[in-house]
Design a protein around this ligand. Structure first.
Ligand code: SAH
Ligand code: SF4
Ligand code: F3S
Length: 452
């Protein structure tokens, strides 16, 4: 099975992005070659997401296209990985005889073996409660040799898998399994490998990083080691310029973690703190285990530690039973918090979740209206925040410096478009940017020349 070409298409969240990188590395080490052309691929992997019905439909329609493609190219192998694979794997294999392998979220490290030993339609979707995430060292090109890989300055590092929260609408506990933390040693070793290879910015990943180490598996680490401890330890790594993390459940947000924003220089002053709803009735039905009041207290405390922190959130509109008054509570929370940005979604029924069986489902038109109202008010607030950048100077990290695209990113996570980067500025450099113009989704700026 050497020198076969593979293509991975990734859907969903950053965890899936990272899992795709891991599968690509393992396949590369086994002699496969990555391609971005479907026509050239001997193996196509869909790394799928099932968070909302729409995400799953996308995968199913792509599988339809691949069925025709395989008719023209019978030796093509098709593999479905990720959250849809985990939940619907048996069904996919039963209904779609052009799919050769279904590989669940805890089986990605076995991808090469599974492909080597393909039976007629293999399924690997075991989900173990005592799963141990294997040690894995990313294989990046060493410093200086990464010019063909512009993204190498910025990487994700998965610190935990799964989720124990069982919010009533969410598939993640079923698709990713119980919450399992990696050992501190593994994480630090991976972070060192990244920085040694020239990575300047690391984002620590987990569904609820705030509860890192609380449940299990941090075996070789000190007792009561917390996520804040981990942040401090990663931040010590020489050569790392920026540190971020995502994502957090407000119920587990500790004072100690908040204080990291005042304490750790390289920790970017941005926080994604999903609220989901501003109504206590809805929060309770969602099983989020915090109230609007507690959430607002946490936001106030966070702003005390770090007044300039850029806050973003996730919101679901039209959860079963959400009344007009409940939705107004979400709108008023938006007014109170004044988020820099948000991801908002219409509630979507998902298989296996409790809310799927709730009564009082909200009509599609009502959901659409609420979503449009929320998003249009959020856009106005985002624009006000973005205008505040104009005329000021911020350190930004360069992401691309090519004639047709010169972009950098603020610590608050906004893109800045340039027209005047010098050719000696490379991806990963931090330069001062004078912001000249604010758009809805990004800023424009120029290199700030210091006057002596
Ligand atoms: N772990 C994160 C969220 C991960 S899922 C947290 O606890 O906040 C990303 C987002 O998808 C969620 O924050 C939620 O807003 C949205 N989402 C999850 N399930 C959904 C559903 N059934 N319908 C609509 N949106 C959903
Ligand atoms: Fe899903 Fe809730 Fe876990 Fe987030 S905390 S992944 S929304 S169950
Ligand atoms: Fe989607 Fe799975 Fe991520 S459902 S959002 S890919 S954890």
């Amino acid at each position: 099975m050497t020198n076969k070409a593979f293509l991975i298409k990734t859907f969903g969240c950053q965890m899936n992005d990272r899992d795709s990188e891991i599968m690509a590395q393992l396949l590369g080490e086994a002699g496969y070659i990555e391609t971005s052309e479907m026509e050239q691929a001997d193996l196509i992997i869909l790394n799928t997401c099932s968070i909302r019905a729409k995400a799953e439909q996308k995968v199913m329609s792509l599988l339809g296209v691949l069925r025709k493609h395989k008719k023209r190219k019978p030796h093509l192998k098709i593999c479905v990985a990720g959250c849809v694979a985990q939940q619907e794997g048996q069904e996919i294999i039963r209904r779609m005889n052009h799919v050769d392998l279904v590989i669940g979220t805890q089986s990605i490290y076995q991808i090469v073996d599974l492909l080597d030993n393909l039976n007629d339609h293999s399924v690997a979707t075991g989900l173990e409660d005592d799963y141990i995430i294997p040690s894995f060292i990313p294989n990046l090109k060493p410093k200086g040799k990464n010019s063909d890989s512009p993204e190498v300055f910025r990487k994700f590092l998965t610190i935990m898998q799964g989720c124990n929260n069982y919010c009533s609408y969410c598939v993640v506990p079923y698709t990713r399994g119980r919450e399992i933390s990696r050992t501190v040693n593994d994480i630090i070793e991976e972070a060192h490998a990244l920085v040694d290879a020239g990575v300047q910015e690391i984002t620590l990943l987990g569904q609820n990083v705030n509860s890192y180490g609380q449940t299990n598996a941090v075996t070789e680490s000190p007792q009561n080691y917390t996520f804040a401890d981990l942040l401090r330890e990663v931040a010590q790594i020489d050569g790392l310029k920026r540190l971020r993390f995502t994502t957090s459940n407000p119920k587990d947000l500790s004072d100690d973690l908040m204080s990291c924003f005042a304490e750790i220089d390289i920790l970017c002053k941005q926080f994604h703190l999903p609220v989901q709803s501003g109504s206590n009735n809805v929060l309770s039905a969602m099983h989020r285990k915090y109230t609007r009041e507690l959430y607002l207290e946490k936001v106030a405390a966070l702003r005390k530690y770090c007044p300039e922190i850029a806050l973003t959130t996730d919101v679901i509109v039209g959860f079963p039973g959400e009344t007009d008054e409940d939705f107004e509570q979400t709108m008023s929370l938006l007014e109170e918090v004044q988020y820099h940005g948000s991801y908002s979604f219409k509630y979507s029924d998902r298989p296996g979740t409790r809310s799927q069986h709730f009564e009082n489902k909200v009509a599609e038109e009502v959901k659409a209206k609420r979503l449009a109202r929320f998003q249009s008010r959020q856009d106005e607030i985002t624009m006000l925040h973005n205008r505040n950048y104009v005329g000021n100077v911020y350190p930004v990290m360069i992401e691309r410096n090519e004639a047709e695209k010169m972009v950098a990113r603020t610590a608050s996570n906004l893109l800045v478009h340039f027209s005047d980067l010098s050719s000696c500025n490379v991806a990963g450099d931090i330069v001062p940017a004078l912001i000249t113009h604010a758009g809805q989704h990004s800023l424009q700026g120029e290199l700030h020349q210091k006057k002596d």
